[in-house]
Design a protein around this ligand. Structure first.
Ligand SMILES: [Zn+2]
Length: 324
């Protein structure tokens, strides 16, 4: 498939003999590309998940592509470095054009480099809340979505059904779960992690939405769960996260009941309001985190991010629990 090699491989070598400054710059860029490309290519790999669905990994990031008789459904192009390699891997499997590029959410590190799919006439799909955010950031390397979807959308191509489900504010307002019921594949990026506990303070996530979403996703028929980072896993990872939140919720409530804010006011002697809340949050979080240890210490990041997860849960309940 020589006609479909990456842009880096199609550079005009003959121009290298020119001595003009712009061309020298080109030559420098070319040599950079030539030396960098093999290294970049080494970071790319593809795994076939089902007869039509493939997992693409580039370094720390991952996505899927779906092959149908009427074209390819691609997902997050990741970055300008990853996208040409992603397209190259797609071309190894099929000559069908890429009809859709579905953005899992608006975060820049997942959706750069989509212009490689524009010659195919691909439509760029995202939740409707993604467009103003992407426009607002104004990152040149991101193709703005041109097919905006609401909270439930069914995309069909070549007999393949893709359900796009907005499950709430999880990591960002525009996060959608990309579900292929026929293949039992779910791509749900930056929500359930493959490599350990939830991300830090769960920035950008509404805890209530997340827990409802986990319950909903747990009911789906899933053989392969794709996370946007790391390898794919299966539905047991969703169940693990749901249990993790259930336990963190329960322990945090119990610890706050045992030692309410009013008690901290009486006993801490802390008059500085910043330190008053910091010390309260840290005290409760460290206790609930310690109680989580017996069930979850084997999870990656339990000691570092796990303690931040616990702090986030305390802050959540400070705003949620009724007055003492
Ligand atoms: Zn991410």
């Amino acid at each position: 498939m020589n006609s479909k090699e990456t842009a880096a491989n199609r550079f005009p070598f003959s121009s290298a003999s020119s001595s003009s400054a712009p061309l020298r710059l080109c030559v420098n860029l070319l040599s950079l590309l030539l030396f960098a490309s093999p290294l970049l290519a080494q970071q790319a790999s593809v795994t076939q998940l089902t007869s039509d669905v493939y997992l693409f990994r580039f370094g720390f990031h991952s996505n899927i592509f779906v092959v149908t008789a009427e074209g390819v459904i691609a997902t997050d192009p990741i970055s300008p470095q990853a996208a040409p390699l992603y397209l190259r891997e797609i071309r190894k499997v099929t000559d069908q054009p890429v009809r859709y590029v579905i953005y899992s959410h608006d975060h820049t590190d997942h959706i750069g480099g989509g212009s490689v799919f524009q010659p195919d006439g691909a439509r760029f799909v995202a939740h409707q809340s993604a467009l103003p955010v992407i426009r607002g950031r104004g990152v040149q390397a991101i193709v703005p979505p041109d097919l905006l979807v609401g909270d439930e959308h069914e995309l069909r191509l070549g007999g393949k059904l893709v359900r796009l489900m907005h499950l709430g504010r999880i990591e960002s307002e525009s996060n959608i779960a990309i579900y292929l019921p026929q293949d039992k594949v779910l791509m749900w990026v930056d929500a359930v992690r493959s490599y350990g506990v939830p991300y830090r303070y769960l920035e950008g996530t509404d805890l209530r939405h997340f827990r409802r979403a986990l319950q909903k996703v747990e009911k789906l028929d899933i053989d392969h769960l794709v996370h946007g980072h790391g390898p794919s896993t299966d539905k047991s990872q969703v169940t693990l996260f749901r249990r993790y939140f259930d336990d963190l919720d329960r322990f945090t409530r119990q610890e706050m009941k045992k030692y309410p804010v009013s008690e901290h006011r009486r006993t801490s002697g802390q008059r500085d309001p910043h330190l008053f809340f910091d010390t309260y949050i840290q005290r409760i979080a460290s206790r609930s985190h310690a109680r989580m240890r017996s069930g979850y210490s084997q999870l990656g990041g339990f000691e570092s991010w796990g303690s931040k997860n616990a702090e986030r849960m305390v802050v959540f309940f400070l705003h949620e629990l009724p007055f003492e």
